[in-house]
Design a protein around this ligand. Structure first.
Ligand SMILES: [Zn+2]
Length: 281
């Protein structure tokens, strides 16, 4: 009997040991699963929001992890934006002369996307002031340089004693192409001219109210350029254009109205007019 009870006791012990081992083995994969889950969540970042049952707001670790992934994403977006901007910049790079059809005048392509193959420099004169000669943005086609010289001489003649020198701004740079501060001025056909002020000898561009702009001089300046027959368009602030209309109507100068047809409004042209010549080919 004793032997039987001993055997039964041993069996019980064995069964208990086996159950204990079984429990241990069952727990192991569970632990492994949790570790794997945590690893996954750390690599997936924001995606854990959906898998984790506890609200992220209550979990500090989760919060910091989300912050990190957000930062990572914003960094990626920043790089993407920078690359886009670089692409845009690349487009603005000046194109080689080969990219354009040759012309006799040397003006290649468009004023906003072009080059200057034949360079003529605007020399100093008594009829005009070159605003920033040190920038060397005073190159253009022969067509443009001769137009400025002729128009300024005509302007001087038309004004007589009341003549004040024209202020000439940027033309194009040597060889043309993109010019800092301008969208156009790329192919030697554009020039910026200052708006004359009443009783002032301006040496640069100054933004003035209509009451202080010399409308008579402005009108004669427009006339002297347009009468060369080379002007395609003149960009100017619409407020100044309205002032010129008023001046023409007030003084019965209807024959001058035709000169205003070439004027087009362009923001940022309160202190100067932008004269664009047609491409002679
Ligand atoms: Zn301009």
């Amino acid at each position: 009997m004793r032997k039987i009870s001993n055997v039964v006791g041993k069996c019980r012990f064995l069964v208990l040991v086996l159950i204990f081992i079984g429990i241990l083995n069952a727990q192991k994969p569970l632990n492994n699963d949790i570790i794997r889950e945590l690893e996954k969540s750390s690599s997936k970042g924001l995606k854990t929001r959906t898998t984790n049952k506890t609200h992220p707001k209550n979990n500090v670790k989760e919060k910091s992890r989300i912050k990190k992934t957000k930062k990572r994403i914003s960094k990626k977006n920043k790089i993407k934006r920078r690359n886009k901007w670089k692409k845009k910049k690349r487009i603005k790079k000046k194109l080689p002369f080969k990219a354009f059809k040759k012309t006799a005048s040397g003006a290649l392509g468009q004023p906003f996307r072009g080059r200057l193959a034949v360079n003529y420099k605007l020399r100093p004169s008594r009829n005009y002031i070159i605003k920033n000669p040190e920038r060397h943005f005073n190159y253009g086609t022969r067509w443009l340089i001769s137009t400025i010289v002729t128009a300024s001489a005509r302007y001087k003649r038309s004004l007589g004693k009341s003549f004040t020198r024209i202020v000439v701004g940027d033309l194009s740079k040597k060889g043309g192409g993109p010019l800092g501060g301008h969208n156009s001025h790329q192919n030697g056909l554009d020039v910026d001219i200052g708006i004359p002020a009443k009783g002032l000898h301006l040496k640069g561009f100054t933004s003035l109210p209509n009451s202080r702009i010399d409308m008579r001089k402005t009108l004669l300046l427009l006339k002297s350029f347009i009468d060369t027959g080379r002007v395609q368009v003149i960009f100017i602030d619409s407020g100044i254009k309205a002032g010129l209309y008023k001046y023409i109507n007030d003084n019965g100068l209807t024959r001058y109205k035709k000169y205003l047809n070439k004027l087009y409004h362009e923001p940022g042209h309160r202190d100067h007019m932008h004269v664009r010549l047609r491409n002679p080919g």
